[in-house]
Design a protein around this ligand. Structure first.
Ligand code: PHE
Length: 341
């Protein structure tokens, strides 16, 4: 019996040593430890022995089983490791990798961030509000008459429930003044919507940045100073700015803001249509009627506001001749703007 067991271990040792894959291991395990194995047969013979011989014999069988188990697990670990080795040999670290193209920001996002930074450096905070507005904030509180053409279906996208897609960032002025007492010094960049046909200088979706400053003693000079500061930081110290009389329902007086042409320096070229100036947006002193609606004492406080077109700035900075290019999102164009082509 003793001899038989020793032989069994020898045989198992050899066979397990020759195993080269997981299947071989499983087969060997079944053969040497399974139900039909010789070892299991020996366990069955236990009952033929005298009671006092049984424990020693049982111990012996258990030890054989342990030895075989140890052989199996050692071999299967070795097989696993050699597979690893093989796959490592297949991996050549000197091969060139697959290059992944990096994404990047859209020119409008880049410009928007630059604008944010310029105004933050001038002491402004950033305010935001919803793109879906009510008529009160987009029109009424901005002193816009009920029959004003901008309220027209042909100009404004209305949605259900008396709401609309904001046509300007000016409603953010109202929302800020509803919540905060002066002094106020905010900008609010964001998306606006108008029912315009796309063409080189129009898009039904576009971006503005609103600025609002309200405090004691704010004057038109502060507006001009802020505009000039913005123009110098954004376009360079040689760029001049000016304001011209205009009309908006919520500012009095109202103005339109220009900067000297960044392309020709003011001499006149195709970009500025020979005028030497580029229109940047609307501006003015907050109309006391707006303060009245918001219970801000217009005897004590004055303020200025303006709205810049972000597309305009991006088109000048990136030399983009047609606004629609900014919304087509042709990857080749976007990469070119980022200097990747
Ligand atoms: N909201 C105006 C427009 O979209 C621009 C503007 C902003 C004018 C602030 C005056 C003050 O045309």
């Amino acid at each position: 019996m003793q001899e038989q067991l020793e032989l069994l271990i020898k045989e198992a040792e050899q066979e397990i040593d020759n195993c080269s894959g997981v299947n071989d291991i499983l087969n060997a395990k079944a053969k040497y430890l399974g139900k039909k194995s010789m070892l299991n047969g020996f366990y069955g013979k236990m009952k033929e022995l005298d009671a006092e011989q049984r424990p020693a014999f049982g111990d012996q069988l258990n030890s054989v089983r342990k030895q075989i188990e140890t052989l199996l697990s050692a071999r299967s670990k070795a097989i696993q490791e050699s597979n690893w080795e093989k796959s490592r040999v297949d991996f050549d670290p000197s091969m060139p990798g697959i290059s992944l193209r990096r994404g990047g920001y859209h020119p409008l996002s880049i410009i928007r961030r630059q604008i944010d930074e310029v105004f933050i450096s001038l002491g402004f905070e950033i305010a935001e509000a919803n793109e879906i507005e009510d008529e009160f904030h987009n029109f009424d509180a901005l002193n816009t008459p009920k029959d004003h053409p901008s309220r027209n279906l042909a100009d404004t996208f209305y949605v259900d429930g008396g709401m609309l897609l904001r046509t300007q960032t000016s409603p953010v002025q109202i929302r800020v003044m509803e919540k905060h007492k002066p002094p106020i010094r905010i900008i609010s960049p964001g998306r606006c919507y108008r029912n315009d046909k796309p063409d080189p200088s129009h898009s039904p979706v576009f971006h503005q940045v609103e600025a609002l400053v309200v405090d004691k003693g704010i004057s038109m000079a502060d507006l001009q100073d802020t505009l000039q500061n913005f123009a110098s930081i954004m376009f360079g110290s040689k760029v001049k700015s000016r304001i011209r009389p205009h009309f908006f329902p919520f500012t009095e007086p109202s103005a339109e803001m220009d900067i000297s042409c960044v392309s020709c320096g003011g001499k006149g070229c195709r970009v500025c249509k020979q005028s030497g100036w580029l229109e940047m947006g609307g501006a003015g002193m907050v109309d006391p009627a707006v303060f009245d609606i918001l219970n801000i004492d217009s005897e004590i406080y004055t303020g200025f506001a303006f709205g810049l077109g972000i597309e305009r700035i991006a088109m000048l900075k990136y030399n983009i001749p047609d606004m629609r290019i900014l919304f087509e999102n042709d990857l080749r164009m976007l990469r070119q703007f980022r200097g990747e082509l």
